[in-house]
Write a protein that binds this ligand. Sequence first.
Ligand code: PLP
Length: 418
Amino acid sequence: MGSLKIRPFERITMTATTDLLGSVLSPWARNIAPSPTLAVDAKAKALKAAGKDVCGFGAGEPDFDTPDFIKEACIEALRAGQTKYVPASGVPALRKAIADEHNARGFFNVTAENVVVSPGGKYSCYLTILALVGPGDEVIIPAPFWVSYTEMVKLAGGTPVLIETHDDTDFKITPAQLKAAITPKTKLLILNSPSNPTGSVYDASSLRGIVDTAMAAKLTVMSDEIYEHLLYDGVTHTSPATFSPEIAKHVVTVSGFAKTFSMTGWRLGTVVAPLEIARAIGDLQSQTTSNATTFAQYGALAALQKKEDAAAAIEHMRTSFDRRRKMLWEGLNAIPGITCRRPGGAFYVFPNIASFGLSSTEFSARLLEEELVAVVPGVAFGADAYVRLSYAVDDGTIAKGLERLARFCAKLAHHAKK
Ligand code: PLP
């Protein structure tokens, strides 16, 4: 069992350091870390553009194109003049379709009023946090975590409190760990299953234990379910909001179209929340971005309405991800010094590289420099013993990347022995 470790988030410093004194920037701008995943992807793309043969495992983005039937619906909407502002919380027909889709999956009486369509799952998370968290509030985030949660909590003036987990417990927290992390200041618990970066998926009964603990402490749960359709090995997905109508009153469910339908560039996220919270999120959105792009929302509407086309498109992508997952997972475990848990969802593996004695930043930087393989250092997700590889890449890249990684690790092991 992993030992219970709770620590405050170290990078929080709201006072200006000496070199920042006199900066024109606000404490918010000074205190935010840029997205490390986007930075790795940008570096790999820049090397590729310079003619280097880079194997890029950094991007959290499906390598498929958006299905044609979704694109066609968007083009049709553009031609029909859907180029104006719409209500801030989304096109009414899309909000209704999202509500119906959630009810079909066991949610309780979701109406269009409970739904907000935002410019991306990332913005859905941010507005949810802004709607619920204020200065002095603590937000519990299991680590490893998706890189943006901590920064968003800081932007809201809150304090991220991490619960550390490791591969020996499949990166999952227990109710006891949660209970120990709760203080009178705790406001929100963030859950992300299937997880980025680990690919771990909570089973229904473990999730229920955690959610019950959160409810007993009167917390709100933000459940980020953006990878809900990308599941393997017969693993199933459970939404906390389906446990009971009473629990649903305290759960905000975040998702989006980016990962399921390969629509990352469309920027469309969703929120399903109790009425008061959904309205607050809609108000925050109305004062910051107005609505998500109008014609893009019609593409999303087709994704929900044309159920057979959607199911076929998802299955096609899921099957490819599953094949690549096995290939990468097997290949990683065959490399001496690396151990990797088999992920049940999303499109990431999170191998343990601690045996090489390097920080994840050093490991990743040298791997890119010496073997042109781009991975994201685990420290970005609050877990320095690991690196993240996305298998949303073609089979050839996986085969070549594994060969290079094996050579790199052999070299490290050889030098360590000397
Ligand atoms: N939540 C998680 C866990 C993610 O991994 C991502 C994207 O990487 C998002 C939310 C945001 O997705 P998007 O803003 O592209 O819809």
